[in-house]
Design a protein around this ligand. Sequence first.
Ligand code: BGC
Length: 766
Amino acid sequence: MNYKKEPLGWIIEEDVFDPRRTGKCESIFAQGNGYMNIRCTLEESYVGEHRGAFITGTFNKALPDEVTELPNLPDVTEMKILVNGERFAMDAGKTEGYSRTLDLRTGEVVRTVNWTSPAGVKLRFAFRRFVSLKNEHLAAFRMEVTPLSGDVDLVIESGISSRTSNSGSQHCAEGEKRLVEGGALRLMTRTTQSDVPVVVHCLHKFTPAPAASLPVMERRCFVNRYTFHVAKDETLSMEKLAAYHTGRDLVFTSYGQPAGSTNAMQVCAAGDACLAKAAGHSYEDLLAESAACWKQYWDEQDVVIESEDPFDQLGMRFALYHLNIMIRRDDSRVGIGAKGMTGEGYKGHSFWDTEMFLMPHYLFTDPKAARTLLEYRWRSLPGAFKKAEENGYSGAMFPWESAWLDDGEVTPLIGGADIVTGKSIPILTGMIEHHISADVSWGVWLYYLATGDDSYMDQCGCEILVETARFWSSRVEWQEDKGRYEIRDVIGPDEYKEHVDNNAFTNYLTAENLDRACDVIAQMQERWPNAYASLSEKYDLAALSAQFQDVRAKLYLPQPDADGIIAQNDQYLGLEKTDLSKYKAQTGVSSIYEDYSPHQMNQMMVSKQADLVMLLRVMPDLFDADTLRKNFLFYESRTLHDSSLSHGQHCVLASWLGLDEMALDMYRHAIHIDLGPNMTSSDEGIHSASMGNVWQCAVCGFAGLQWHADHLSLDNHLPACWKRLAFRVHYRGAVLRVEMTRDAMHITKLSGPSVKLVVNGVEDTL
Ligand code: BGC
């Protein structure tokens, strides 16, 4: 890969075609707009490719014994190109001058290549594509082919294929194919279980026109076969437009309406109209419209980094690019998938990744989008009530993995191979990784602190805080001998530790959840009357508050031991101290699974990701600086960073602790998670939470942004090799511009009411 292409900091280039990188490039070059994402699979087919088109919220369960997942919808990217009867493919013949670039400024991918066929025919190809940020339904493609060694006969087959699957699981019915007015191909299908109508259109325009055009309908495939005779040095150009619409589009469904109630013909009509309108515009015009939206995004959201290593900047912009295409900013029926919509990894499900890793970014750059995400949690309460009830608890127990609003828990039950037993590893997170309920509440309170949005609290926030606190009150276990409540048999953030007791992160976040629930109960009647009306009808709020306070007061919260170390859980400090150097030096991730079973790892003092460190990062005021530092160094030495969630949070805490070199090293690890040399780690999609982490590294880590009850604070921790860092922050209705160098920090209020800040320890009001 080449990251030094001009303009520096904006272009990601694959400069050599290497089939080993197929999946990685499909994911990192994926394009989208929050409504849909299309993987950047090449037009011609290769072994190992995974074509993918995903639309937010279209969840489906392929078979009764599978969990619901985001379906891989019909594909429009594939094309067969025959040159005098030989199939164009870069793994045959000779390829020269190959380049594929993603321009982060516009979201366009351009591929150019000179190809000599096995029979010696030379051609130049240029492919371009984008998914529109202006019209969320639209994707556009352009191809130019120029024969260089003589006239050629070309056959091009292009259209729609519903042969796509999620690793073999089919989510769409065969569907109905037809040519519609204006020559567009149309496929109308439905998801097999959730019954969501899906309509895909595809229209081709050629200059010069084809000698012949023939529609070809096959099983799960509908293409047009075009034939051309192209003279040497003449350029054939093709423009292809594709449109996707589904019955879950907001225009068709009000909240809560079942998808099947949308008439597929309405969806077809919307698609017909959308395509007919777009057909009147050229690729360039449509690109310009979309690029203007990208420009506006960058004007508002860019984080500028002037570093000795320009990759520091590119990694940040790459993260911001994906942060923009993974989120549907105005539809609170959908969350963000752990891989966004760039691949089928984690099945399109949302995790705690949203609140703890992504939320700070959206909250401080586009608070409305953060509200949408937290409304999604509120709309998912029925699933959380269902999960609590099924497990014998009260209140809201949020699913570890979430999909559609009322799906409830969707975590799969089995994973990869156990090297010792030879069986599939059972996945217990859906059953016992309970901290997510406290994480959602943490997100709610953080949102309130940063926005003061009383209407959200009134409609959603109070209910979430109270219902999750009810869950925790039923979840804690009284230990008569110790005279305290404990939370036993959980998985904390460190998923290498199962069935642990008193995971510190879980217990402290539970205490926070209970505190905040008491706070809102105390203020509800006056401040949030609607919440008060509905919750006081269901509960005696004074009695609930007393119960929460009692649990909170008696909840066990682990404290530093004689050496100043806080136990990650009751078992951790007694575990075997295996030598981890081999795994700490790994180039990929999770290599420990090649030597040990999860059962064995459970007995070893080894962590997958930030756990106790995560607690210290989100609640830095719990302990003094010396305890923070000691625990950071102790736990980091036992952590393999086998989750992409880990490095970024370590970076933030390392910055605060003045561990400058380590902080920068962690930042660079974070930007390498998807862009680095590992050829396969992103095959199933990019790592969403890591994108949020990259933003947190710079803004929360190096610029020291922290939120408090009534103000924001900033502290200068800029790495020595960074000359400048600049970004915008939204806070309580104001927009601030922060400009930092190693010696100075300038903060300008661009708009909004006055805000209180503490900058490098000095208080000021802007
Ligand atoms: C991590 C979880 C995370 C999930 C999705 C797992 O590998 O351990 O903390 O929520 O991936 O990103």
